[in-house]
Write a protein that binds this ligand. Structure first.
Ligand SMILES: NC(=O)c1ccc[n+]([C@@H]2O[C@H](COP(=O)([O-])OP(=O)(O)OC[C@H]3O[C@@H](n4cnc5c(N)ncnc54)[C@H](O)[C@@H]3O)[C@@H](O)[C@H]2O)c1
Length: 261
């Protein structure tokens, strides 16, 4: 797909980190970008910076997504590009024994369900809503290309660490949806791809102590540092522009393989 001002895009989680970098990258190509996020102040500021629109959306709520889609499409038309970056990181073991008291604690069901609701069901909901709208669009070329949906999983989809049961389950689900959805939509000229980032320097990481950030950066074989959000955004652009990329996940990780902990 050629990226230019005739193309509308939606980026969920677009107010921060990997989503914000993707929104900037697409806008730099002339694409009309709508940012879907819960963070209104940051989202509005970025929309103003890139000449896009901000839609305050919770990807877990159908009513909220529908309102966001109505606003984005009224401003830009139906999206041909959907980038799903909205997500949360959770960390909890399935069961733990407290060192001091010996008390045994179970992973609560509510936080597991919330992680799945945002990371997995939110991604599914956005893809489902976008695919029915993209299917109404005229093809862009003789091959019948209509659109592209890019999801964000994580290397934890393949090598989830201790404490990542909920996160890894949600991201494994995102990765597993990629091929069947690409197959569902192949006859409609809509491609589906998933990026599995390794360790990227975003606000998600800023919460960690500096020593922990350095240890994580050192664990990356080459280049031995945290990834930059612009490097993620460059892959988003490249996936949009390369029509043969479809139905698979790409690790973007500097060869890191997450260890046991
Ligand atoms: N940073 C990394 O190293 C890394 C690695 C692997 C995967 N990821 C994934 O990349 C994606 C982006 O992460 P990031 O590092 O840019 O984090 P981030 O926290 O900077 O951005 C995530 C954005 O998602 C938004 N969001 C959260 N819940 C939402 C909801 N219910 N509805 C709408 N928006 C919501 C947040 O407000 C935030 O702006 C996430 O899915 C994350 O799991 C990140």
């Amino acid at each position: 797909m050629k990226l230019d001002k005739s193309i509308a895009a939606i980026v969920t989680g677009g107010a921060s980190g990997l989503g914000a970098a993707s929104a900037r990258q697409l806008a730099a190509k002339g694409v009309r970008v709508a940012i879907f996020d819960l963070q209104a102040v940051q989202g509005q500021a970025l929309a103003a910076e890139i000449g896009g629109v901000f839609c305050e959306v919770d990807v877990t709520s159908e009513a909220s997504v529908d309102a966001g889609l109505a606003k984005a499409r009224a401003a830009h038309g139906i999206e041909r590009v959907l980038v799903n970056c909205a997500g949360i990181a959770t960390s909890r073991k399935i069961a733990t024994r407290k060192r001091d008291s010996g008390e045994i604690l179970m992973h609560d069901i509510a936080s597991f369900q919330r992680t799945i609701a945002i990371n997995l069901v939110g991604t599914f909901q956005m893809m489902a809503k976008s695919s029915v709208a993209m299917m109404t669009l005229d093809p862009l070329n003789a091959e019948g290309a209509r659109g592209i949906m890019i999801n964000t999983a994580s290397v934890a989809a393949e090598d989830g660490q201790m404490g990542q049961v909920a996160y890894a389950a949600s991201k494994g689900g995102v990765l597993a949806m990629t091929l069947p959805v690409a197959r569902d939509l192949a006859s409609q000229g809509i491609r589906v791809m998933t990026i599995m980032p390794g360790l990227f320097h975003t606000p998600m990481f800023d919460g960690l102590p500096e020593a922990a950030q350095k240890a994580l950066a050192d664990s990356v074989p080459f280049p031995s540092r945290l990834g930059k959000p612009e490097e993620y955004a460059a892959l988003v652009q490249s996936i949009c522009e390369n029509d043969m990329l479809n139905g698979t996940g790409i690790r973007l990780d500097g060869a890191v393989r997450l260890g046991y902990r």
